[in-house]
Ligand binder design. Structure first.
Ligand code: ADP
Length: 259
């Protein structure tokens, strides 16, 4: 068809070489959003141009984590323009598009098209896009993975058996979509008592590393369960934003991703 090559070239020019990495988990509440925000910030501090798509459409938490809840993205030439955060990480989240506290009751196709608008937005010179996926392994995730073909996926789990079983399912989801699993991250492993410093393991420890070895995928690192991480996250000052010890584990994982 006449002109089709021009259209294809124009579309390619519109979508520069941008690496997409999906961050997924088998279930919610394991720290997927916390990890995504901190990895992005650590990478940005290391000089990378990185953005976040908060695809956790039913429970968007990036606006809180990045402390830019009040921002509203505008559209230019039919494309959304990502909103800035003070950590040098632009972000697009459903949380910026719907009123806070409002439940989203959409069906699959609507979610799919909303996500498409977040990913196909005007990302400018962003070279790496981290996608904070919804938890679980539904059709929405699969459709999105097939449509946007991330270069790879990072999967987060707590050391707990239940979370691990779900994480294994999440790995299967990526395999189905032919998306390589970059590696597994163990979150909430080992708790240091803020009073006496004694270490305990409320959710066990080491399970994710064992699972990674069994599956033959890399183990990217372990993030401790820490009151400071929780408080800093709720306060919109992610631990990776400064040089403090709480950000160390995130920096180490970010380092592996940027290689
Ligand atoms: P998900 O995205 O998997 O649903 P979140 O990142 O929203 O999980 O984390 C769930 C809750 O756990 C949040 O309150 C967050 O601050 C807290 N949290 C996550 N990781 C840690 C950690 N390593 N130590 C302490 N609290 C954490």
């Amino acid at each position: 068809v006449e002109g089709i090559e021009e259209v294809r070239v124009a579309m390619m020019a519109d979508r520069p070489q941008r690496r997409i990495i999906a961050v997924g988990s088998g279930k919610g509440g394991v720290g997927k959003s916390t990890l995504t925000a901190n990895l992005a910030i650590a990478l940005a501090r290391a000089g990378r141009k990185v953005g976040i798509v908060d695809a956790d459409i039913y429970g968007p938490s990036q606006p809180t984590l990045l402390a830019n809840q009040g921002e509203r993205p505008v559209a230019e030439n039919d494309k959304l323009v990502p909103v800035e955060s003070k950590w040098g990480v632009p972000v697009l989240s459903m949380g910026h598009l719907v009123e806070p506290g409002r439940a989203i009751a959409w069906r699959g196709p609507m979610v799919g098209s909303a996500l498409g608008q977040l990913i196909d937005a005007n990302w400018g010179d962003t070279e790496l896009l981290l996608i904070d996926l919804p938890p679980g392994t539904g059709d929405v995730q699969l459709t999105m993975l097939q449509r946007f073909k991330p270069a790879g996926a990072v999967i987060v789990s707590t050391p707990q058996d239940l979370s691990l079983i779900d994480a294994t399912r999440a790995m299967q989801l990526f395999e189905t979509g032919s998306i390589p699993v970059i590696g597994l991250v163990e979150n909430m492993a080992g708790y240091a008592c803020p009073h006496c410093g004694e270490l305990s393991d409320p959710f066990g420890t080491g399970g994710v590393e064992t699972a990674a070895a069994a599956k033959g995928v890399p183990f990217l690192g372990r993030i401790p369960l820490s009151l400071e991480i929780r408080e800093a996250s709720d306060a919109g000052t992610p631990p990776a934003a400064d040089d403090g010890v709480q950000g160390e584990a995130f920096r180490a994982i970010a380092d592996k991703l940027s290689r």
